[in-house]
Design a protein around this ligand. Structure first.
Ligand code: HEC
Length: 154
């Protein structure tokens, strides 16, 4: 365990040079103070999302991360970048090629639509290409959507 910690410290030290990309080495340290500010942002959301846990939402988002980023301007992965998704017409994240099912759908993303999509993407919009079983737990979806609301508009 201690050897592992030392290895991490050495890795961080090695990344500390000015030429190294800063995002990797900054991420762990930046998280803690940030989380308190983010939780404060959550209390300003409409009910029931104002009762959500930012930290719990962040953990649920781990299920999405292999396919989605949410930072502004970050490149798409298997799925589209989710930045600015609230208030946006479905299937319109620039530069992403959506399935026909998504292209044919016609609504604007809000918490309600997202709640149904995330519960079971295939029954909500048959034929879409998001290979994800869904988040069945209501509280987890609430926390996740609140997390997305805060992160998508940063
Ligand atoms: C296995 C990869 C994968 C995972 C995991 C995944 N998605 Fe997706 N997601 C996609 C793909 C691919 C699309 C585009 C679907 C299409 O075009 O039919 C998509 C589309 C979306 C859209 C519609 C975006 C738009 O621009 O209209 C939202 C919202 C979304 N995903 C949210 C999530 C969230 C939140 C999670 C985690 C709970 C998640 N996804 C997990 C691959 C994934």
């Amino acid at each position: 365990m201690r050897a592992f910690a030392i290895a991490i410290l050495l890795t961080l030290a090695a990344c500390g040079s000015p030429e190294a990309p800063s995002s990797g080495s900054q991420a762990p340290a930046a998280q803690a103070p940030n989380a308190a500010a983010m939780q404060a942002a959550i209390t300003a959301l409409p009910a029931p999302y104002n009762e959500a846990s930012y930290e719990a939402g962040r953990r649920v988002f781990a299920q999405c991360r292999s396919c989605h980023v949410i930072q502004e301007g970050a490149p798409h992965r298997v799925g589209p970048n989710l930045h600015g998704v609230f208030g946006r017409e479905i299937g319109t994240s620039q530069g992403f090629t959506y399935s026909q099912a998504v292209q044919d759908a016609d609504f604007v993303w809000d918490a309600d639509h997202l709640d149904h999509w995330l519960q079971n993407p295939q029954t909500f919009l048959p034929g879409n290409r998001m290979a994800f079983a869904g988040v069945r737990d209501e509280t987890q979806r609430r926390d996740l959507i609140a997390y997305l609301m805060v992160e998508a508009d940063k």
